[in-house]
Design a binder for this molecule. Structure first.
Ligand SMILES: Nc1ncnc2c1ncn2[C@@H]1O[C@H](COP(=O)(O)OP(=O)(O)OP(=O)(O)O)[C@@H](O)[C@H]1O
Ligand SMILES: [Mg+2]
Length: 247
């Protein structure tokens, strides 16, 4: 296992988010983490990524490097796209010419145009910024990538393109990933397995493999799976949560 969480419990201001969660990530496995808003998905991702310390539990990491992609791109505004993408390489040492080359290759892989590399983040569209954020994550050759709703703010058509980039990168580079999303169709497209975290700290309500491989599933297969699962009690909280969220 690349990552094992055991008996994880966390609370903010004395209010429990979850208790005794167990979770593991196998080599090359992409796991989608779903659940209603406020159930603790980001908290769990941040614990897994070592960004916050849990109050209880153990974490075992068997990998060299990880990267995180957030909902907002979190690019440095005063640095060009090229230097943003290669930012994480500064700590690894090496020549700046090779950093440039890595940034350029990763930018190409996520569909950024060479002209975009000299632009500052403010000059990029939202979708281009998320592409750059994915390129920055890939640049460090991570063994594990944590995605926290990376494509929630981009429009539907572009979302699919960005999902396909992640699917292709995972197939090519064999990293493991924890992919937080609100969107069941996104989960079913990008992941090998999905887990749903309940509201109210009672843990995972379901943990299931998704048939086929990401990238090989037809739109029909994805639609059929979603149809079946939307009637499944394990997902009811998810859909109720989404309905509650409507204006
Ligand atoms: N820094 C913090 N201080 C206090 N409470 C927090 C903090 N971060 C999160 N919480 C609370 O912990 C709970 C879980 O939050 P979290 O952000 O993990 O949810 P989430 O599932 O990611 O939600 P969303 O889908 O809206 O992103 C929520 O009740 C939230 O208000
Ligand atoms: Mg969140």
């Amino acid at each position: 296992m690349k990552l094992v969480l055991e008996g994880i419990g966390h609370a903010f201001l004395g209010r429990a988010v979850f208790e005794k969660l167990d979770f593991s990530l196998a080599p090359g496995e992409v796991v989608a983490l779903l659940g209603p808003s406020g159930c603790g998905k980001t908290t769990l991702l941040q614990i897994a990524a070592g960004l916050i310390d849990p109050l209880r539990g153990r974490i075992r990491r068997s990998y060299r490097r990880h990267a995180v992609v957030f909902q907002e791109s979190r690019l440095l505004p005063w640095v060009t796209t090229r230097d943003n993408i290669s930012y994480g390489l500064r700590v690894t040492g090496g020549k700046s010419t090779s950093h440039r080359q890595i940034a350029e290759r990763r930018a190409r892989e996520v569909g950024l145009h060479p002209n975009d590399l000299d632009k500052y983040p403010v000059e990029l569209s939202g979708g281009m910024r998320q592409r750059a954020a994915v390129a920055r994550a890939l640049a460090v050759d991570p063994d594990v990538i944590f995605f926290d709703e990376p494509f929630t703010a981009v429009d539907v058509g572009l979302k699919r393109v960005l999902q396909d980039l992640v699917i292709a990168a995972a197939a090519r580079e064999h990293f493991s990933a924890l992919f937080v999303t609100h969107d069941l169709s996104e989960a079913v497209r990008v992941a090998d397995r999905l887990v749903v975290l309940s509201e109210g700290g009672t843990g995972f309500v379901t943990n299931r493999r998704i048939d086929g491989r990401p990238g090989d599933r037809s739109d029909r297969a994805i639609f059929d799976m979603m149809e079946a699962w939307s009637r499944d009690p394990a997902f009811s909280e998810l859909f109720d949560g989404e309905r509650k969220g409507l204006p």
